[in-house]
Ligand binder design. Sequence first.
Ligand SMILES: Nc1nc2c(ncn2[C@@H]2O[C@H](COP(=O)(O)OP(=O)(O)O)[C@@H](O)[C@H]2O)c(=O)[nH]1
Ligand SMILES: Nc1ncnc2c1ncn2[C@@H]1O[C@H](COP(=O)(O)OP(=O)(O)O)[C@@H](O)[C@H]1O
Ligand SMILES: [Mg+2]
Length: 197
Amino acid sequence: MADAKLKKAKVIFVLGGPGSGKGTQCEKIVAKYGFNHLSSGDLLRAEVESGSPRGKELQAIMEKGELVSLEIVLALIKDAMLKLVDKSPYFLIDGYPRELEQGTRFEAEVAGCHVVLYFEVTEEVMKQRLLKRGETSGRADDNEDTILQRLRTFTSKTEPVIKHYADKGKVIKVNASGTIDEVFGVVQQEFAKREIK
Ligand SMILES: Nc1nc2c(ncn2[C@@H]2O[C@H](COP(=O)(O)OP(=O)(O)O)[C@@H](O)[C@H]2O)c(=O)[nH]1
Ligand SMILES: Nc1ncnc2c1ncn2[C@@H]1O[C@H](COP(=O)(O)OP(=O)(O)O)[C@@H](O)[C@H]1O
Ligand SMILES: [Mg+2]
């Protein structure tokens, strides 16, 4: 169940397709605002790196560009949040929720959604950025076939999440096709409007 310590958490779900700029923009937000940043993908890759049997299962799913089990990713995020809650009440939860049930379970068991920060950019731009990132990232999922599957997964599973929160008036939609600094400029304007600081 929800942990009392997380009740005061102000959770910003950071969503967008693969290569939309979630990780890059979260780094800039952390540097300026000091918020906590948890990337579901990074937490999962750390589990893979650990060499655990569970890590091997996760790797196989991630290499196919599919979603790993809700229970695993929710537990990883909740545990990580508990370790950071005294640093800042704001949490950038990057790459989660990726399907509707993840959102409802998080809000029932961890904390409510303060706002969704959604980076919108065309599939072509996402694909080009990821192919370029793949040249240096060493990620098993930054290859053309897996990128295409991740894009399909985003469209089928995650876009409904964005609509769910947009229907509640909770989505900050940012056009993420400009330069990194242009996008971050818009993020700062949107945060100021909502007194997120
Ligand atoms: N031109 C441009 N490139 C970006 C921007 N944000 C991220 N990138 C690049 O696109 C790739 C994917 O960015 P990343 O933050 O990892 O996206 P994520 O997959 O959504 O976490 C990286 O190689 C970044 O350098 C942006 O706003 N403009
Ligand atoms: N919330 C989640 N639910 C299920 N699987 C996830 C989740 N977050 C990440 N993953 C898995 O990890 C992979 C990489 O995620 P991530 O690092 O967030 O990608 P990117 O930053 O490129 O959008 C996803 O393709 C998926 O396989
Ligand atoms: Mg990322």
